[in-house]
Design a protein around this ligand. Structure first.
Ligand SMILES: N[C@@H](CCC(=O)N[C@@H](CS)C(=O)NCC(=O)O)C(=O)O
Length: 310
């Protein structure tokens, strides 16, 4: 069946590690989804028409609701498709903490050993694009010099995973897989795609290797494909399902109707303006419109994002 306004569309590319996190979550939940392949570097005109400026990958679209960042994507998947959960066992808050560690500290170690590892995987256009994304030089020579130290950092963190698995548990937080597994796993997948030296580090940890096979075995759910033009047509024809809602605990007085600008607090800090629809401790949703997609609601997480009143 072709994609429609209720389909899960993941704007992604196959060698995107953060997309792998979401694909594993689709596997855990056994979901059907549509891959909408986006370019690896800018320009990404179709993606930006949906998001209003956010250019990172992945972005999830369901009709005219657009979810930027894996944190909000996974929160929304859990809300819409609660079973099986991404938060198994008693430690309900731990998955998010695991994910924040995996997305920032562990990911940066993986990036450093991949790009400093001597395999020429970054051409000039990619380097220029990533310099614009981060606002810093993409210094391959510096990364090469730092690679031995970063290998130690990556190994130390693999050893944490080995320790967590040492009691023979099946997945990181017990007998069922969840967000913690998807988050740690995608970094290993990334290293396997691109760094023979990094693979050697992984292979020294038997518990991690056996767990990694179990996570890979979860699969990616049922994947179908949708074109970028079709995805835009779906957004244009759909109406957001997000309802206006004020958050009584909102610390900075934000309320529906306010004009705000949202940006990531790390890299890819492109500002996205819109009108606030709803917010909570964990999310903010803004309405914006674009000639190609009409009115859409764009959703972001709170942790890791800044909201500026315009
Ligand atoms: N915090 C973001 C990070 C996403 C991210 O850094 N994605 C990478 C690709 S895996 C990216 O967007 N790189 C730049 C690009 O693809 O244009 C999330 O959790 O989704």
């Amino acid at each position: 069946m072709a994609a429609n306004a209720r389909s899960i569309i993941l704007h992604q590319y196959d060698i995107s590690p953060f997309s792998e996190k979401v694909r594993v979550a689709f596997g855990i939940k056994g979901l059907e989804w549509f891959a909408c392949d986006e370019p690896v570097i800018m320009p990404k005109p179709e993606l930006v028409a949906l998001t209003g400026g956010y250019r990172k990958i992945p972005v999830m679209q369901i009709g005219a609701d657009i979810y930027c960042d894996t944190q909000i994507i996974l929160r929304e998947l859990e809300r819409r498709f609660p079973s099986p959960t991404l938060f198994p066992g008693a430690d309900k808050g731990l998955g998010w903490g695991f994910a924040m560690w995996a997305d920032r500290v562990f990911f940066q170690a993986a990036v450093a050993i991949i790009f400093g590892g001597g395999t020429p995987i970054a051409d000039d256009a990619f380097i220029k694009d990533r310099e614009k994304l981060t606002g810093r030089p993409f210094d391959i020579e510096g990364m090469k010099a730092a690679a031995p130290m970063m290998a130690e950092q990556f190994r130390a963190q693999l050893d944490w995973l080995e320790g967590q698995l040492a009691d023979g548990r099946t997945f990181l937080l017990g007998t069922e897989p969840g967000l913690a597994d998807a988050s740690a796993f995608y970094n290993l997948a990334f290293v396997r795609w691109a760094s023979p030296g990094g693979v050697k580090l992984i292979e020294a940890f038997p518990g991690v290797l056996a767990w990694e096979k179990r996570v890979a075995g979860l699969g990616h759910g049922t994947r179908k494909e949708v074109s970028r033009e079709e995805a835009l047509d779906i957004a244009k024809a759909a109406t957001s399902t997000e309802e206006a809602k004020a958050d009584p605990g909102e610390p900075n007085g934000l309320k529906p109707g306010d004009s705000v600008t949202i940006m990531a607090d790390d890299y890819g800090r492109d500002p996205i303006p819109g009108e606030l629809v709803s917010s909570s401790a964990q999310h903010v949703a803004i309405r914006r419109s674009d000639p190609r997609v009409g009115e859409v609601v764009v959703h972001f997480p709170r942790a890791g994002f800044l909201i500026l009143k315009s």
